[in-house]
Ligand binder design. Structure first.
Ligand code: KG4
Ligand code: ZN
Length: 352
């Protein structure tokens, strides 16, 4: 039998994503982003994101169908991000998915955004080359570290459709959010992650020893897999303020490199601790912060040193997208999972 053709819709933050897969094969991954509209505010404005999703939804669906070379009538199932994310933004995707499912008479699968990030790694296709590792079977169980502007979560995935456990997450800012806030105080544009990365390339990562949140022995006892980045951000702010107050120049490259090093250190210390504790020698990375050059570099070094196999999907599948949602939907169809009933609502805090 032919593998199911699944259309996935993602609207949890600022990206309107519509992806189409056949089983594990990626056919289309159309994206529209409202980031340009948010950048002058220095953060994603929920109402603007929701309105932009509404405007982009139909054209993005049409683009995905054209890219995949299929018609809407050929689609076997619809998948949509049910949460977590921005409530108003999620609601636009959920409404569109319901409308499609009802009008086409096809099953609808509401999926978790974080699990979707893991589902991205299943996809293969001519256009796909993983950033690190080989295309091939995703071996389970795996530890997954998901880092973006909206989430910083550590998961253990034993079965994609039935056994995903949240080990820990940030107790304050997301890692990407910390990059954005520190970039702002260094006078760099929003979103700041790529700018910090660029500036840090000329800096000394050992110049300033910024704090590593929740890594002291007492914190590791209570918050072993949780993250905290707000103390780090404050520490960078204080350090810069002191320099300015003393009338001394701020060594922006050194601050950026030292800050980046602290974030990367914490992320990988905790992720690799999970691999060791659970005796799972596999680590999957996902989310927009995976674009960070230093994160990828140190991840490769430390994973190799600990005998952990590292997987990093191509960046187009790490940032929020519809293909990862379609991929997870295809797994649910293949597993014979019941579709969602049509009365579910978007859930901004949906657990994994
Ligand atoms: O996954 P994503 O595109 O959107 C969501 O937040 O859901 O991630 C965007 C986040 C932003 O906070 C951005 O500053 C950060 O990822 N980011 C980076 C880099 N590129 C993007 N952070 C660090 N280094 C980068 N190179
Ligand atoms: Zn995401």
């Amino acid at each position: 039998p032919r593998e199911p053709l699944v259309l996935g819709i993602e609207t949890s933050c600022d990206e309107t994503g519509v992806g189409i897969v056949r089983g594990r094969t990626l056919l289309a991954n159309a994206i529209a982003s409202s980031m340009d509209e948010h950048s002058r505010f220095g953060g994603v404005i929920p109402e603007i994101a929701a309105r932009a999703h509404l405007e982009s939804m139909t054209p993005t669906i049409e683009r995905a169908l054209a890219d995949a070379g299929v018609t809407l009538e050929e689609v076997d199932a619809i998948a949509v991000t049910g949460g977590p994310g921005l409530a108003g933004a999620l609601m636009v995707g959920v409404s569109a998915a319901k409308a499609l499912a009802v009008s086409l008479g096809r099953p609808l699968y509401a999926v978790n955004h974080l699990v979707g990030h893991v589902g991205a790694d299943l996809l293969t296709g001519d256009a796909l080359r993983p950033a690190v590792g080989e295309i091939g079977e995703l071996e389970l169980p795996t530890v997954a570290l998901l880092v973006s502007g909206g989430h910083t979560s550590l998961l253990v995935v034993r079965d994609l459709v039935s056994d995903v456990e949240l080990l820990g997450e940030t107790i304050d800012d997301a890692a990407g959010e910390a990059f954005d806030k520190v970039a702002r105080l260094l006078g760099l544009p929003y979103p700041g992650g790529p700018h910090i990365d660029r500036v840090a390339a000329d800096g000394d990562p050992q110049a300033i020893r910024f704090p590593r949140g929740l890594t002291l022995p007492k914190d590791m006892a209570k918050h072993r897999y949780d993250f905290s980045f707000s103390g780090l951000k404050t520490s960078v702010a204080r350090w810069v303020e002191k320099r300015v107050a003393a009338g001394e120049p701020v060594p922006v490259a050194d601050v950026a490199a030292s800050f980046r090093e602290a974030v990367v250190d914490v992320l990988l210390t905790k992720a690799l601790a999970a691999c060791a504790d659970l005796e799972i020698p596999r680590l999957l990375l996902g989310g927009g912060v995976v674009a960070n050059a230093r994160l990828r570099e140190v991840a490769a070094e430390r994973a190799a040193a600990s005998g952990v196999q590292l997987r990093v999907p191509p960046l187009s599948l790490c940032t929020d997208n519809g293909a990862m949602i379609a991929s997870l939907g295809a797994q649910l169809v293949a597993a014979g999972h019941d579709p969602s009933s049509l009365d579910f609502g978007a859930d901004s805090t949906l657990p994994v």
